[in-house]
Design a protein around this ligand. Sequence first.
Ligand code: C2E
Ligand code: MG
Ligand code: MG
Ligand code: MG
Length: 286
Amino acid sequence: DAKLEGPHTIRFFNPSMQENVSRRLHLESAMRNALENNHFHFFVQPQVDSQHHVTGVELLMRWSDAELGYVPPSEFIPVAEATGLIVPMGEWLLSEAARLMQRWQEDPLLRDLTVAVNISAKQFRHAGFVDMIKRLIQQPNVNASLLELEITESMLIEDVQNTVRRISKLNEWGVRFSLDDFGTGYASLSYLKQLPIYQLKIDQSFIRDILTDTNDEIIVSTILGLGRSMGLEVIAEGVETAQQARRLNEMGCAKYQGFHFGRPASPVEWEARLRESRLTIYAGGS
Ligand code: C2E
Ligand code: MG
Ligand code: MG
Ligand code: MG
């Protein structure tokens, strides 16, 4: 705090701030470029049920820039949100999701997999959002009821009525909503009650130490109870070990996502693995 340092040491700018600003500007122009040249791609990560069978995947955006190298979504998504680039980027990913669903629809081993896509607040509020989704799901071989949109609590704070209206509209067409990073935001339970969502995703920060931290265990079992009483499905994210999965199962959690069940990888890679594991399941193995 500058005040405590005395009048001679007040600093309102420092080199690291300048570095941050120029990195951000660099990121922004590199992102525009990547978008134009189709340099973004995405990974998929499986979601599994209590028998550890894959029920669907989450799409996660990936980007490697020639100069900047690999840039994690935790760095580029906030810049995309701040600049508005998230709207065209998100639209690109959703059209990829539709293509993936069309391809999987042709494959008896993959046709029932759900496809989850993260939607940022700015994207969700954008005027064209609902119509854009409608156009996507009206394409041939896109089964809208397999599309899940992940939103976060933060977007419920403002304009709850409008949020509910949009979600309801998309629900009518079969699209389902999931509340991501649940437990880390500010959504009050009264908002939650109004919200036509079908799933809560327990944030990974509560799963990490679930075996050793009683507070985390209490929070997780509270969310599971909330889900049960509100008729919502609950999925735990960030499940990294068999012990965590077992504990969650004992607590009544029946869906999981995390490194223990599969790391994010290219859709082609996961398609091959899923076909193989599902062939085994259908042949009577497990
Ligand atoms: P998220 O939606 O909560 O996604 C889960 C994140 O947890 C992913 O990080 C995933 O790789 C990571 N993860 C999965 N299993 C484990 C595990 O067992 N342990 C640990 N430590 N991590 C695990 P990722 O891909 O870096 O994405 C980070 C966040 O960036 C996402 O969090 C999401 O909020 C955002 N994001 C990613 N792709 C998109 C996108 O296409 N659109 C938007 N709006 N946001 C995105
Ligand atoms: Mg997510
Ligand atoms: Mg999450
Ligand atoms: Mg997150």
